[in-house]
Design a protein around this ligand. Structure first.
Ligand SMILES: [Zn+2]
Length: 157
Protein backbone atom coordinates (compact mmCIF):
# COMPACT_ATOMS: atom_id res chain seq x y z
CA UNK A 1 0.00 0.00 0.00
CA UNK A 2 1.16 3.49 -0.81
CA UNK A 3 1.55 6.11 1.88
CA UNK A 4 0.20 9.39 0.66
CA UNK A 5 3.12 11.63 1.64
CA UNK A 6 1.76 14.49 -0.36
CA UNK A 7 -1.55 14.60 1.53
CA UNK A 8 0.30 14.28 4.82
CA UNK A 9 2.68 17.10 3.91
CA UNK A 10 -0.16 19.40 2.87
CA UNK A 11 -2.05 18.71 6.09
CA UNK A 12 1.10 19.37 8.09
CA UNK A 13 1.73 22.59 6.20
CA UNK A 14 -1.85 23.85 6.67
CA UNK A 15 -1.77 22.93 10.33
CA UNK A 16 1.51 24.74 10.91
CA UNK A 17 0.40 27.74 8.90
CA UNK A 18 -2.89 28.29 10.73
CA UNK A 19 -1.31 27.64 14.06
CA UNK A 20 1.93 29.58 13.74
CA UNK A 21 1.56 32.05 10.89
CA UNK A 22 0.97 34.97 13.23
CA UNK A 23 3.35 33.67 15.79
CA UNK A 24 6.29 35.77 16.89
CA UNK A 25 8.41 32.80 17.79
CA UNK A 26 11.32 33.18 15.34
CA UNK A 27 12.18 29.47 15.09
CA UNK A 28 8.67 28.55 14.05
CA UNK A 29 8.73 31.19 11.33
CA UNK A 30 12.01 29.81 10.03
CA UNK A 31 10.68 26.26 10.09
CA UNK A 32 7.56 27.31 8.23
CA UNK A 33 9.44 29.21 5.55
CA UNK A 34 11.84 26.28 5.09
CA UNK A 35 8.90 23.97 4.65
CA UNK A 36 7.37 26.25 2.04
CA UNK A 37 10.59 26.95 0.14
CA UNK A 38 12.12 23.51 -0.03
CA UNK A 39 9.53 20.92 0.71
CA UNK A 40 6.26 21.91 -0.92
CA UNK A 41 7.56 22.82 -4.37
CA UNK A 42 8.87 19.29 -4.82
CA UNK A 43 5.88 17.36 -3.64
CA UNK A 44 3.49 19.44 -5.70
CA UNK A 45 5.39 19.27 -8.97
CA UNK A 46 2.98 16.64 -10.23
CA UNK A 47 -0.14 18.77 -9.68
CA UNK A 48 1.66 21.86 -10.93
CA UNK A 49 2.51 20.16 -14.22
CA UNK A 50 -1.12 19.03 -14.48
CA UNK A 51 -2.36 22.59 -13.87
CA UNK A 52 0.02 23.87 -16.55
CA UNK A 53 -1.20 21.17 -18.93
CA UNK A 54 -4.80 22.29 -18.35
CA UNK A 55 -3.73 25.89 -18.93
CA UNK A 56 -2.13 24.95 -22.25
CA UNK A 57 -5.34 23.25 -23.42
CA UNK A 58 -7.38 26.30 -22.35
CA UNK A 59 -5.04 28.71 -24.16
CA UNK A 60 -5.20 26.72 -27.40
CA UNK A 61 -9.01 26.53 -27.25
CA UNK A 62 -9.39 30.21 -26.37
CA UNK A 63 -7.19 31.15 -29.32
CA UNK A 64 -9.29 28.99 -31.66
CA UNK A 65 -12.44 30.75 -30.43
CA UNK A 66 -10.81 34.19 -30.59
CA UNK A 67 -11.69 34.69 -26.93
CA UNK A 68 -10.27 37.43 -24.77
CA UNK A 69 -10.99 35.71 -21.52
CA UNK A 70 -12.31 32.49 -20.09
CA UNK A 71 -15.24 32.91 -17.71
CA UNK A 72 -15.49 29.32 -16.62
CA UNK A 73 -13.52 26.13 -17.01
CA UNK A 74 -15.02 22.76 -16.31
CA UNK A 75 -12.73 19.83 -15.61
CA UNK A 76 -13.35 16.15 -15.31
CA UNK A 77 -11.01 14.33 -13.02
CA UNK A 78 -11.26 10.70 -12.01
CA UNK A 79 -10.45 9.51 -8.51
CA UNK A 80 -7.99 7.02 -10.03
CA UNK A 81 -6.13 9.63 -12.09
CA UNK A 82 -3.48 10.05 -9.39
CA UNK A 83 -4.31 13.67 -8.67
CA UNK A 84 -4.48 15.08 -5.18
CA UNK A 85 -7.33 17.60 -5.29
CA UNK A 86 -6.01 19.59 -2.34
CA UNK A 87 -2.62 19.89 -3.99
CA UNK A 88 -4.21 21.00 -7.26
CA UNK A 89 -6.17 23.70 -5.39
CA UNK A 90 -2.97 24.77 -3.74
CA UNK A 91 -0.90 25.19 -6.91
CA UNK A 92 -3.75 26.52 -9.08
CA UNK A 93 -3.48 30.26 -8.26
CA UNK A 94 0.25 30.39 -8.96
CA UNK A 95 -0.09 28.26 -12.10
CA UNK A 96 -2.72 30.53 -13.68
CA UNK A 97 -1.51 33.91 -12.43
CA UNK A 98 -1.23 36.39 -15.28
CA UNK A 99 -2.83 33.98 -17.75
CA UNK A 100 -6.18 33.70 -19.48
CA UNK A 101 -7.37 31.48 -16.62
CA UNK A 102 -6.48 33.84 -13.80
CA UNK A 103 -10.06 35.01 -13.16
CA UNK A 104 -11.91 31.97 -14.47
CA UNK A 105 -14.36 30.12 -12.33
CA UNK A 106 -13.14 26.57 -12.01
CA UNK A 107 -15.42 23.60 -11.66
CA UNK A 108 -14.26 20.07 -11.12
CA UNK A 109 -16.49 17.10 -11.80
CA UNK A 110 -15.10 14.21 -9.84
CA UNK A 111 -15.59 10.86 -11.51
CA UNK A 112 -15.60 7.91 -9.17
CA UNK A 113 -13.68 4.79 -10.08
CA UNK A 114 -15.56 1.89 -11.59
CA UNK A 115 -14.26 -1.47 -12.77
CA UNK A 116 -15.51 -4.71 -14.26
CA UNK A 117 -14.22 -8.00 -12.95
CA UNK A 118 -12.57 -10.06 -15.70
CA UNK A 119 -13.57 -13.35 -14.05
CA UNK A 120 -17.22 -12.88 -13.02
CA UNK A 121 -18.02 -9.70 -14.96
CA UNK A 122 -19.38 -7.88 -11.90
CA UNK A 123 -19.22 -4.10 -12.20
CA UNK A 124 -18.15 -2.45 -8.96
CA UNK A 125 -16.97 0.85 -7.50
CA UNK A 126 -13.19 1.01 -7.34
CA UNK A 127 -11.65 3.26 -4.70
CA UNK A 128 -8.07 2.09 -5.22
CA UNK A 129 -6.24 0.49 -8.11
CA UNK A 130 -5.42 -2.57 -6.00
CA UNK A 131 -8.97 -3.35 -4.83
CA UNK A 132 -10.27 -6.79 -5.78
CA UNK A 133 -13.71 -7.87 -6.97
CA UNK A 134 -16.21 -7.75 -4.07
CA UNK A 135 -18.04 -10.80 -5.39
CA UNK A 136 -15.35 -13.33 -6.36
CA UNK A 137 -12.22 -11.62 -4.94
CA UNK A 138 -10.44 -11.74 -8.27
CA UNK A 139 -7.69 -9.18 -8.81
CA UNK A 140 -8.21 -9.05 -12.55
CA UNK A 141 -10.39 -6.19 -13.62
CA UNK A 142 -10.68 -3.63 -16.33
CA UNK A 143 -11.12 -0.06 -15.25
CA UNK A 144 -14.23 1.53 -16.77
CA UNK A 145 -14.17 4.95 -15.12
CA UNK A 146 -11.97 7.03 -12.85
CA UNK A 147 -8.82 7.65 -14.90
CA UNK A 148 -10.20 10.74 -16.64
CA UNK A 149 -8.33 14.00 -16.71
CA UNK A 150 -9.77 16.42 -19.22
CA UNK A 151 -11.08 19.87 -19.87
CA UNK A 152 -14.77 19.25 -20.41
CA UNK A 153 -15.88 22.74 -21.36
CA UNK A 154 -14.85 26.36 -21.46
CA UNK A 155 -17.04 29.43 -21.31
CA UNK A 156 -15.32 32.24 -23.17
CA UNK A 157 -16.04 35.88 -23.76
ZN1 LIG B 1 -15.40 -11.09 -9.78
Amino acid sequence: MLVDYQAVAIKLYKHLKTKYDKSHVPNIQILLSLLVQFFLPHIQMHELSIALGILRVAEVEAKKANAKSIERIELEIGTLAGIEFEALDFVWPSAVKGTILEHSKREINIINGEAQCVDCETIFGLDNHYDSCPKCKSNFKSILKGKELRVKSLEVS
